[in-house]
Design a protein around this ligand. Structure first.
Ligand code: NOJ
Ligand code: CA
Length: 704
């Protein structure tokens, strides 16, 4: 009798478990199904326009030293639906207001044997799905260590992907376009060297991952609100075409130490048959918490120049002297050292840059190599490498501050940590006080080389908490942060808009380290920029780097007007004009666009987009009625007609068009461009041609 009873209960339970819970997006185009497998494993499935786009995929977490883990044996206790619709104002962004509209399903699960509870919260937007794990406060789950997150993303076909190798330490790779099934075979060729890198699997890739299915569906997988957790990669089971989450381990190989109550980051899946929808989506920002900074008046977009490209190209040096085989800060006596004659950050040279910035209306000047320690800064796993407050003898901090102030220009501080996070935290308060004292409102941080504490990775939980600590500490000092080599962003800039930039991808610097693929910037907006703006440092006009430094034979793989288009295509509230003043002085007519282009926008229109091939975006200035259009093109020359129907119907404008000349080509003739002017209205259509590796930029100024 008892056995029959148990059997009946089990049948009833499995029936309940098998019953799928359904969630629809506000526009009804997406439907998500949640269900438990017979063994109590949670699963989800995603449909778009009545078609399955993510096959039934498992959810759960494997825990360290916990045979039960959080993988199966669950029953549904309760499901709570909700709907949310709100519009919020940005401090800066691609538009001034963002709508946050979704339907939600919170599934409360109980693990039968352990009586532990978790919630899986699903939010379905018109652009896609976000879901996360939540661990409520409870007796049986307090402190726990993640062995691996077991979230699956089961693909419906052998999609084309734009991928970079999965790596615990760097995203500074060129993208490879291939079928999912080809990733393994291409993995080794996709690798390029970096100061710190570690891959984990020949089918491991990074997010944000952009894909295109055979039927033309665009799919994007990423994460949002990555806080106090480790960064997620995707490991592909290439037999079954199922992506499995793969978290970045810490020095002990653990993937995350959690204490309930807590939540995981959101896992996101966006989809559309129109690639422009992926660029226009604000889902990643919407899944982050609202702004936590009360007074944001000190946070301002910045256009800047810097003592930088000359070091990147090898023309000048960060270091001051060649006298010392190694440096011990506080002991090494720089006052007796012989200057090496190539030091970039000298007072005289910095003042020249300030003059250039003031003359052309830039907000700021970044100076790298101003502080002691660069003679011996990385490669040795050195702990106490910089103190961030000791300038070189030829850099007059206060004199430069006064000079910049008199010219209406702000200085931007540089803090290279060499990956020594512990050392940076040790000095952080003093370093930020030093910035306050000397009028610096923004800092560019950097994490070149292997991480310290040793064995930690650029993307492991402890180090991510360090980046977050720096951002929050910077708020106390009203400092804006632009972190290089830190984890790729996940929309946290909504919560902390003082994070005005990040690198976390292969930036322009690689054009001086041998070059990047010509279509690189037609992919970045679909991948790296999904989580937030990039300090891509565009604006290089001299493509033959040997003209800057005869010992560097790199070639910048774009045309000159492609570089102009970047200021619109690659959204960022922080934009650099990276090249040397002497190169801008040779092309002052084209430089005019960089001077005119705003860094603050009120709205954005995505005119054309195909990852790997082309992107054209129009944006409206936040402070005027002027519009700016940017195009970046891949390797196939392309002609297309764009409509200016986004312009105000009652206004007339003058368009200045900076375009590739007929014979332009990124390799053979990158500096061939034309500048033409014409009157335009909302009825105008422009036939535009972009060269191989080319692009264009248009400023559309209201005629009053
Ligand atoms: C790498 C950064 O991306 C680059 O911008 C910086 O100049 C160097 N590190 C030195 O800090
Ligand atoms: Ca870098």
């Amino acid at each position: 009798m008892n056995t029959i009873k148990t059997l009946l209960i089990l049948v009833a339970l499995s029936f309940l478990n098998a019953q799928a819970q359904e969630l629809q997006s506000p526009n009804g185009k997406f439907v998500m199904y949640f269900a438990l497998l017979n063994d109590g494993t949670p699963t989800y499935q995603l449909n778009y326009l009545n078609k399955e786009i993510i096959k039934k995929s498992k959810l759960g977490l494997e825990l360290q030293n916990d045979s039960q883990s959080l993988l199966n044996d669950f029953t549904v206790v309760k499901t709570t639906p909700a709907t949310f619709n709100e519009t919020w104002k940005t401090v800066w962004g691609e538009e001034t207001e963002i709508q946050n509209h979704y339907n939600e399903l919170a599934v409360l699960l109980k693990q039968n044997k352990t009586e532990r509870e978790i919630i899986i919260r699903f939010r379905l937007f018109d652009e896609g799905l976000g879901f996360r794990y939540e661990f409520p406060q409870q007796k049986n789950l307090v402190y726990f260590t993640i062995k691996e997150e077991r979230t699956e993303f089961a693909m419906t076909g052998d999609h084309t992907a734009f991928w970079i190798p999965g790596d615990y330490d760097t995203q500074e790779y060129d993208y490879t376009e291939s079928k999912l099934s080809e990733i393994r075979g291409l993995f080794q060729t996709a690798l390029t060297t970096n100061a710190s890198q570690e891959q984990f699997s020949e089918t491991g890739v990074q997010t944000s991952l952009m894909m295109k299915a055979a039927d033309g569906l665009y799919l994007n997988i990423h994460e949002a609100a990555l806080i106090d957790y480790s960064c997620m990669h995707l490991n592909l089971d290439d037999k079954n075409l199922v992506f499995q989450s793969h978290l970045t381990p810490d020095a002990q190989g653990n993937k995350g130490h959690l204490q309930a109550p807590c939540v995981s980051p959101w896992r996101t899946i966006m989809a559309s048959y129109d690639a422009r929808d992926i660029l226009a989506s604000r889902m990643t920002l919407n899944l982050n918490e609202p702004c936590k900074i009360e007074d944001t008046s000190w946070i301002k977009p910045v256009k800047y120049v810097g003592v930088w490209w000359e070091m990147i190209t090898g023309k000048s040096s960060w270091s001051y002297t060649n006298d010392f085989p190694s440096i011990q800060l506080g002991i090494t006596d720089y006052s007796k050292a012989k200057p090496n004659g190539t030091h970039g950050a000298t007072t005289k040279h910095v003042k020249e840059l300030i003059d250039f910035a003031a003359l052309h209306g830039f907000d700021g000047v970044l100076v790298e190599g101003w502080n002691q320690g660069w003679e011996d800064w990385f490669g040795q796993s050195k702990d106490y490498v910089f103190d961030f407050v000791s300038p070189y003898p030829d850099f007059d901090v206060e004199g430069i501050h006064e000079y910049a102030k008199s010219k209406g220009v702000k200085m931007i501080m540089h803090h290279e940590t060499s990956g020594s996070a512990r050392n940076y935290e040790r000095h952080l308060d003093k370093a930020f006080q030093f910035m306050n004292t000397h009028g610096y409102e923004a800092v560019k941080t950097g994490y070149v080389g292997d991480m310290l504490p040793r064995g930690e990775h650029h993307y492991s939980q402890w180090i991510l908490n360090h980046y977050q600590y720096v951002i929050e500490k910077a708020v106390d000092y009203k400092i804006m942060v632009n972190a290089h080599e830190a984890v790729r962003p996940t929309g946290i800039c909504r919560t902390y808009p003082n994070m005005i930039g990040n690198e976390s991808a292969r930036g322009t610097e690689f054009q001086a380290f041998g070059g990047s693929k010509p279509n690189h910037t037609t992919i970045l907006p679909f991948t790296r920029l999904i989580g937030g703006p990039m300090d891509y440092t565009p604006g290089v006009f001299e493509m033959d780097i040997s003209k800057v430094n005869p010992n560097n034979d790199s070639h910048v793989n774009t045309t000159l007007t492609n570089q102009l288009g970047l200021y619109v295509v690659m959204y960022s509230p922080l934009q650099m004009a990276a090249d040397l003043p002497e190169n801008y002085n040779r092309f002052l007519d084209a430089f005019q666009f960089i001077k005119d282009v705003p860094v603050a926008w009120s709205t954005s229109k995505y005119l054309e987009a195909e990852p790997g091939y082309y992107i054209t975006i129009a944006r409206k200035d936040k402070n005027s009625n002027n519009w700016f259009v940017g195009n970046n093109n891949g390797v196939n020359p392309r002609t297309a007609t764009i409509s200016l129907d986004f312009l105000d119907k009652d206004k007339k404008y003058e368009a200045t068009i900076y375009a590739d000349a007929k014979n332009a080509d990124y390799k053979t003739n990158p500096q061939a461009y034309t500048i033409t002017k014409q009157k335009v209205t909302h009825k105008s259509k422009l036939k535009m041609t972009s060269a191989a590796g080319g692009g264009y930029a248009i400023s559309i100024v209201e005629i009053k």
